[in-house]
Design a protein around this ligand. Sequence first.
Ligand code: AHR
Length: 516
Amino acid sequence: MKTGRLKGLMLLAAALLVTFVTTAQNRLIVNADQGTVTINRHIYGHFAEHLGRNIYGGIWVGPDSDVPNEDGYRKDVMQALIDLEIPNLRWPGGCFADEYHWTDGIGDPADRPKMVNTHWGGVTEDNSFGTHEFLNFAKKIGTEPYITGNVGSGSVEEMSKWIEYINFDGVSPMAELRKKNGQEEPWNIKYWGVGNESWGCGGNMTPEYYANEYRRYATFARDYGGNKLYKIAGGANDWDLNWTDVLMKNIPLNMMDGLSLHYYTVTGTWENKGKATEFTKEEYLETLRKASRVDELITKHSTIMDKYDPEKKVGIILDEWGTWFQVEPGTNPGFLYQQNTMRDAHVAAISLNIFNKHAERVHMANLAQTVNVLQAIILTNENDMILTPTYHVFDLYKPHKDATLLSHHLISEEVSFGKEKLEALSVSSSKSDDGTVNISIANIHPDKKIDLDVALRGIEAKNVTAQIVTAASIDSYNSFDKKDAVKKADFKDFKLNKDNLKIAVPANSVLMVRVK
Ligand code: AHR
């Protein structure tokens, strides 16, 4: 054989090998006929505390405001939440819940007593947004309210009466008071939290002490009429597995429907947190690696819960999660206002993929927090609003809600910067009632497109559509001057050939691919 021809053949073989290795490196098998667990839509829940400009200025401006509003609620924010179809909203805290006395927030607003919001900036809370304002807002935006009652500085009687006020349909002092305040029908709410972070801001209790308190409070958290409360015990601070163990051991399973868990993604340390918009690629990976650890966290708590509740009746309620960075320069440190970049979009995508994976045990999750606080989905100024990259990921992921979780197998290449290393792809797959297979894919690589080879098992695929959230770089964000630096768009860079789907997943992007 002539040397030239041999060389040519060798080059071809090398090229084929490279192609094979690359393809083999990024492969996904989706088992479209293997699913039994439903992804609870409440995994896509939210959280609005009386903190900074979340409620006041974010959701509520009052009926006399110049900001366009409907009965005091900002119209722009309200519409954005309606569009997102948020399944639930947690309120009034957070730490605020354990110093909140609900009777201060009912009746004529002019007569409502004021209080100091000691946790968040020491500002005066005028209680103009109270039970009626919250529950009517939930109704307007079509979401399920989730209220956290005060254990730390409240009483069993106070919490018990709050539930009677909200849910009782008959003749009673609390039902009469509700009617006097303009609400004839009970709201019949379902989700009820018994305290918040009782190991810390909610009272600095030991798990043994809290378990007893929970039993006492939960006993008097009554069901009224046909309405059954879903009672949520205050759970552990991230890796405190003992808290979960003690609670599971000491609280009878028929007294607790959910057990909460909080997990924040902090870049650097709590004392010296990273900035929201300025970070190196190594810090970027640190953030995403830490966010990914929620997988291990859920597994560890879940394993303990399995000991006492092998049927997984008690749900993990991850009712606070998200990024926590330094506040934006020049803003009140107690208001926790931070910008939101494509990095946050990836945190959201990775976290939601992981929550889906644990859908059998994770029954609800609530991103912290809705407007202007921490990993917000909406930022507002006086008259204007922006949707953050995180909002767009929640929008993209809508098809996963109430869909059946599918099993999949992913082989992903890695991305590394400095001492940080992580798989470049993160995936979740589900099947909607109409048979559509939903595949969410995050490519966290800042600058490398990844050719993903997808084997679709158990479905005769005919039609594929896709949408994408992406931007120029990992630190891109939406500002009031440039609201669409990060947005959702249609995506077409894929090719279906029978049961094989090739997707060119752009660098720094999150995709939702729908196969029918
Ligand atoms: O989300 C901010 C705070 O973080 C909450 O009030 C508290 O529960 C947690 O420590």
